[in-house]
Structure formats: C-alpha cells, structure tokens
Design a protein around this ligand. Structure first.
Ligand SMILES: Cc1cc2nc3c(=O)[nH]c(=O)nc-3n(C[C@H](O)[C@H](O)[C@H](O)COP(=O)(O)OP(=O)(O)OC[C@H]3O[C@@H](n4cnc5c(N)ncnc54)[C@H](O)[C@@H]3O)c2cc1C
Length: 241
C-alpha cells in the first residue's frame, strides 16, 4: 500500500481522484485491511494545514483526539477526552471518529454546536451540514461552529461488553435580540437523537426541559431523560453564574 501525504488541497484532490482511500489513525481500518487485504493507495490529511486547525470555532478532521484541548468548547473537548483508551486517542482522528466510526462520541457534541462541515472531494472543497457529511461519508477537512455561551458533556459508565454508554451533549447559544436557545443531543445505544428549545432570559430549567420533552428527546427512556435534565441544569447554571 502506498500512503500518500498531501500538503496542499490540490494535491489531496489528486489523491482522491486517483482512488486513494482516506485514512486517519487506522485504529478502525487496520484490522480489516489485514484480514481482507490492503488498498493500493491511502491518503492521510495529517500534513494538510486545513485539516489540522484547532481553535474556539474550528477543528480539523486530521486532528488527533488527544490534541483536542480546551481551546474548543467544553462539549467537544470532553467528548474527545472520553473516547476509548489513551492509546486510541493518541492515534485516532476527528474525521475517523465522526465519519468512520459507529460509536462516534464526537457527533452529539458537533450536533449541539450546530457545526458545519468543510469537505474535500476530487472536484473541490465545499461546506455542508453534518447530515450530508454522514450520509455520503464525505472526507472531512474541518468542522466550524459559532462559539456557544456555555456547553457540557457527559458520558455515563458503560458495562463491559454491553451496549455503548449513554452520551449527553448540551450547548447554549445566543440568538438574535437576546433569544438564546439550548441544543441537546444524546447517543442512546447507536442512535443519536437531538432537540432544541428556546431559552428566554430568566427562563428556568423547568421551562426549557418541558420544551425539550416535545422533541424526539421526549421519547428517551426515563434514565436517559434524567441524565439530560442533570446536564441541562448544569449548563444553564454555569451560563447564569
Ligand atoms: C479500543 C477502542 C475503543 C474505542 N472506544 C470508542 C469510544 O469510546 N467512543 C468512540 O466514539 N469511538 C471509540 N472507538 C472508535 C474510535 O473512535 C475510532 O477507532 C477512531 O475514531 C477512528 O479514527 P481513525 O482516525 O483511526 O480512523 P481510521 O481507522 O483511519 O478510519 C476509519 C474510517 O474513517 C474514514 N476516515 C478517516 N479519516 C476521515 C476523514 N477525515 N473524513 C472522512 N472519513 C475519514 C476512513 O476512510 C475509514 O473508513 C474505539 C476504538 C477502539 C479501537
């Protein structure tokens, strides 16, 4: 297998056009390649500056999970810090997690940030939403979002060999004329559900939670709804304090 390491967008496009398969840290694909055979060419974005950005409003697809630090909103920082083991986080990338994995702990965080994806194809670079990124398994160059007022993330303890642990991500966003809104996303088993509610100044957590009950989050089992409530209360308290 030839591993190609482009350092410019045009070079990366050429790699895709010539059939190179995108690879991050190979934490997921390696076993399959050993079993079924290696592709002729793979392309890693690790030398591409556009895929390595990290800051308050952006995160590159080639950034290693253990490099995701407190410069990004708390919800994303904590999501990356909770993936697998230290060894996995030292090798796995943001793109491999969101687009390539089934657990995708980073997805609820990206959803509550209302992140947009900058993607690379053999024909060019364009911006799209997370739904298209996932449905078409596009190559993720970077995620971008507007910095929230406050955010939070919780991953419950999972039983060894059992269902994936519940993940709750919450972000409070400022809106026009002081009309803030709260976005919540939950990974329950392998499903990701989300909802949002207006959050008027002075509104209590009870009103926000009541509004969230009217979204698909209201269909969650009681234990998951309790975890949502705790996280919403915590983020609203932090924003107020
Ligand atoms: C022991 C262990 C524990 C784990 N625990 C968790 C966990 O708790 N939570 C969780 O979410 N995940 C978990 N994972 C999965 C982990 O998130 C993935 O292994 C990892 O994110 C894949 O990243 P990678 O960079 O190694 O991807 P690779 O293995 O390199 O690629 C995986 C797939 O993603 C595609 N891909 C790679 N980069 C991009 C890109 N930039 N754009 C689009 N597609 C791309 C590849 O083409 C491939 O199809 C665990 C994995 C292991 C091995």
């Amino acid at each position: 297998m030839q591993l190609r390491l482009p350092s410019s967008i045009s070079e990366a496009q050429r790699c895709l056009a010539e059939g190179a398969v995108p690879v991050g840290g190979a934490t997921l694909v390696w076993a399959g390649w050993q079993r079924d055979g290696f592709p002729e060419q793979a392309v890693s974005l690790r030398r591409l500056p556009e895929a390595n950005a990290i800051g308050p409003g952006e995160l590159g697809g080639a950034v290693l999970l253990h490099h995701v630090d407190a410069t990004v909103p708390e919800v994303l920082h904590r999501a990356a810090g909770g993936v697998g083991t230290g060894a996995v986080r030292r090798a796995a990338t943001v793109g491999g997690n969101i687009v390539g994995s089934t657990l995708r702990c980073l997805l609820p965080a990206a959803l509550v940030l209302d992140a947009r994806a900058t993607v690379l194809t053999a024909d060019g670079v364009y911006e799209t939403d997370l739904a298209e990124l996932l449905a078409k398994r596009l190559v993720l160059l970077a995620l971008r979002w507007r910095t929230p007022l406050a955010s939070g993330y919780r991953k419950l303890e999972g039983a060894a060999g059992g269902a994936p642990p519940l993940v709750v991500a919450v972000a409070l966003h400022s809106g026009d004329e002081g009309r803030a809104h709260l976005r919540v996303a939950v990974r329950d088993n392998y499903d990701v559900l989300s909802g949002s509610a207006p959050c008027e100044p002075g509104a209590g957590a009870g009103e926000v939670l009541h509004a969230l009950e009217g979204t698909e989050l209201g269909e969650l089992p009681a234990a998951a709804r309790d975890a949502v409530r705790d996280q919403v209360v915590e983020v609203l308290a932090r924003a107020a304090g």
